[in-house]
Structure formats: structure tokens, C-alpha cells
Design a protein around this ligand. Sequence first.
Ligand code: BGC
Length: 487
Amino acid sequence: MDRFTDRKVLVGIAAAVVLLGASSLWFNRRKRIPPKKTSLKTQLSYEQAIKNFQEAFLVSKEHMLLIKQSMEDEFKLGLSKVGENDRKSSIKMLPSYVDVIPSGKEMGVMYALDIGGTNIRTLKCELDGYGNIKSIFIRKRFVSDELQKGSAEQLFDFIAACVSDILDDVTEENKIGFTFSFPMDQSSIDSGVLIKWTKGYTTSGVEGNDIVHLLSEAFRRAGINAKITALINDTVGTLIASAYEVADHNTMAGVILGTGTNACYVEQKANILKLEPQVEEGVMIINTEWGNFDSPEYNVLRPTQYDIVVDKNSPNYSSQHFEKMVSGMYLGEIVRLALLELSQSKLFSHNGAPPIITPHMFGTAYLSEIQRDDTPKLENVEALMNRIGLPNTTYDERRLLKELCHAVALRSARLVASAIAAIVDRVGKKETECVVAVDGSLYEHYPGYGDNIQEGLRELGFEHVILRLTKDGSGNGAAVAACVMSK
Ligand code: BGC
């Protein structure tokens, strides 16, 4: 072959290779092009979608054990001496300065004030010395969004006005127990500095300041003759209200499962290494602030993509991760985000409808109502959907929605079971009867929620734990605290 023929052959081979390569690339690309997102999703059957949600929100026994262990480590770290470790615990473990557990024999007529979510409650009640907290009257006022996001002066003037409404005798100084359900740094029973707002509050001028001082100033401005004698967290109120009512020494913890979530428990003072000065004798209630668990890392709780969005859109981004997966303020929002995705993929109609596209418009109360519906075709869910502006849903859509709500609430209950187990382990009561006082609308009203916690506890080997609903524990506990701590 001459050089010319040589070149022709080479060019021919090269052309063939290029052609082959190009066609195979074209062929492969065609094979690799992913189906359009929507078409992929519309191909998903309702059964598959339900299964996907069940898997995404599953908390297995192994995962519960991991959470429990990690929480116990955080408890220990949170109790250690300040500055002793290179890392801070995500669980603050705040000393409450409540170091007397009521016996049920305390007596007196007390005033109490309770603020922690969307309402302020003021109450007057009588402790009869036989474990009964008789309410003389209770008033409830709504805390508007403007107040929650306004200035300290506006908020505390409003609280002072609520207090003024209930006082009978203004000639002598009225002693009041105050439940303030946000994380506070306390160095005594009648003072506390707000560390950080939670649950959507952003009122300016409060973080870093003493709550009792802010309220006393508001009392002074309004000419109110009153003094806060005990400042407590709602979990502490729940624990001591229960201890007062059942008058035994088995109530070891108080848990709130409502708009937010948190727990407190009875700790040996000798174990609270950060207490200054160090005390060896006696007990003190520790407000754990477990709602902040696994923040900011978020690597133990295993969030879904919806949890990540809930966190990103919240005013307290990167904190309260446990609370955002558990409590009433967020469960409806998680479901709404999943619904948004379903409506875009045509598994749920009403793409673009306000309850689906508006943050926090799909409330957790809807989830309870959906869960409660046992009619064969989910007619009550249908009625609810009609009422909130999502009419003409199919049975498949309603079934999917109900399963989604169940998966989200079940996950919440199993996370709580892991956390309660961590506390019961901490107080060394795994083998004996141990009462955990619980208050909050999620626990009280969500169908089957308490049973799911109890089932999770059983799986973990904590069958002796008794969850005791302590209604109004948060407010009543403030009255008990004022009575006990003034003695
Ligand atoms: C607060 C806690 C409170 C809990 C329940 C959380 O957001 O940080 O202090 O106990 O909500 O009300």
C-alpha cells in the first residue's frame, strides 16, 4: 500500500470509530436520560407513595437506641462544669432552683401566671393540703402575632394588664408564681435570663435580659402591687403539679408535648457539676431543654428533606431540631410540605391552593382530625378538606393523606419515647415504677399518640414507665411553686 492508500485506510478507520462512538454515545445518553421528574412521580402508585412516607418517617428500634444513648451523653455533658469541655452540649440542662418536691400537704391561695405559646393564662387557685389544686378562676388571653414579634415593653405591658385583671386586693403585695416556657438561665428561683426565643417568638429586647425584672418594670409602669416569687419553666410546673396531686415521690420527670416540647427531671445536686457553689446533698429539678437536641449538627435525628425546609424557613434556623420534628407547631407544616410535593406530582389535587402553599396554614389540629376519622370512605376527612378549601378529594388522596399524617405523628411519638427512656435511665428507674407527668395538646388530643410513646418505651425495655396526663400542670405548677418555694 502506498502512503496515499495508507492514509485513506486510516481516515476510513478513524471515521468509522468516530461514527461508532457517536452513535453509541447517543444510544447510551438516551438510555441514561432520567425520566422527567413529574412523569416519574405520576407513575408512582398511591401504595408506593404510602410506603415511601412510611420508610422516610420510620424510627426503628435501633435508631431509638441510638437517639437515647446520644441524649444521655448530651445530658452528662450539659451537667458538667462550664468551660471544662471543648464542646457545648446541645441540651442545656438548666438548673431550675426548685429543690423541694411538694408533698401534697402544702396549703394556701395562690396567684399564677403562665405564658409559653399562643396564650397567656392567669389563675387564682387554692391548694387544700390534700393534693387538690382547686381553681378559683382562670383567664385566658390570646398573644397576637404582633405582640410575639413586637417589643419587650409591649409584650410585658400586656402581661401586666392580664395580671392586673385577676388581683382582688391591691393594697398588699400579691405574690405570684410565674411559668415562662422558654429557655432561661437561672441563678435563683425568682430570676431568669432568656437565653433564646423559641416557638416563633421574636420579641425584641428580651433575649439576654431578666424576665422578672422586665415584668416588675411593667408592674411599676401600671401601678400594680405584685411580686414574682417563683419563676419556672412549664415542664417544672408539670412535674411539681403532678407530685402535689399524687403526693408520692415517684414523679421523676415532667414533659410538655404541645406547641413546643421539653422535659425536666429530678437530679441529685451532687451530679450537677456546673452548680456554683457545688452542693453534695439533696435534689434539684433540671430543665433539660431537650428541644434543642442534635442542633446544629442534625446527624443523629436523620431529618427528611421536609425537616430541612421547616428548619430553613423558621425564625430560629439551625436550633431546636428535636422540637421541630416532634411538636405541634411543626407537624402540620411537615405534612403541608409533603402535600405540596404530592400536589405538584399530581398524586394530590389542588396544586397552588392556599392551605398547601402557605407556610403553617395546615395546622396540627387538622392532623388530629384526620387521624380520628374511621369512616369507611374517610368522609370526615372529606368534610374537613371541603371546609379548608381543598374540595372534591378522591378516596385515594384522603387515604394517602391519612397515612402521611400517621407516619409523621408516629415518628414524633417514637422520638419522644427514646428521649423519655434516656431520662428514666438517667434517674436510674428503669426497673421500678416511674411516673412521668405529661401536659400539652399534642399528647392530650392526638389520637393514639400516648399509646405510641408507651409502645416505643416497651420496645426499649421501659415497661414500668407511667405516663400521667397532668392537665393544666404548667399553670397549676406555678401556684404550687410559689407556695412551696415561699416556705
Ligand atoms: C421551650 C421550652 C418549653 C417548651 C414547651 C420550648 O420551645 O424552649 O422552654 O418548655 O417549648 O413549652
